[in-house]
Design a protein around this ligand. Structure first.
Ligand code: ZN
Length: 130
């Protein structure tokens, strides 16, 4: 004979109110989705997806392992990247601004595991590393 199903009361169905850290991330997601929409880019990131990304990176900077301080777009909004789960990573402020400066001047195209092409967008120079 099997155990009867436990009775689920209404109070058990209520989710706990999100803590301040989650509230902050909800605002961050909203702000970045808004910014992407204003630039005519895709904005589909949900809080659940963003928390998954954060958990995957241990709530640390995805580039240097430093403190998580901002949301970094792998491909910037300016260059056609959207606020979508596959295009965002947690970043420290230093890496985020560093990447931003670098991205304005060069374009890095990864060819394969061993080679990449760096293109200077201003000087039209191309460096091939293979
Ligand atoms: Zn960093």
């Amino acid at each position: 004979m099997s155990e009867p199903d436990p009775i689920v009361t209404q109070s058990q169905l209520l989710l706990p109110a999100p803590g301040p850290a989650i509230m902050q991330e909800m605002k961050r997601v909203w702000r970045h989705n808004w910014r992407a929409l204003q630039k005519g880019q895709t904005a589909t990131l949900t809080i659940g997806e963003w928390l998954d990304v954060l958990n995957r990176h241990g709530w640390r900077c995805a580039h240097c392992g430093g403190p998580f301080e901002s949301m970094d777009h792998i491909r910037s909004l300016r260059r056609g990247g959207g606020t979508v789960a596959t295009n965002v990573v947690p970043s420290c402020l230093r890496c985020n601004s560093l990447r931003d400066q670098v991205e304005t001047a060069i374009e890095v195209v990864v060819v394969n595991r061993h080679s990449f092409v760096v293109k200077d967008l201003y000087a039209e120079l191309v460096m091939v590393n293979s």
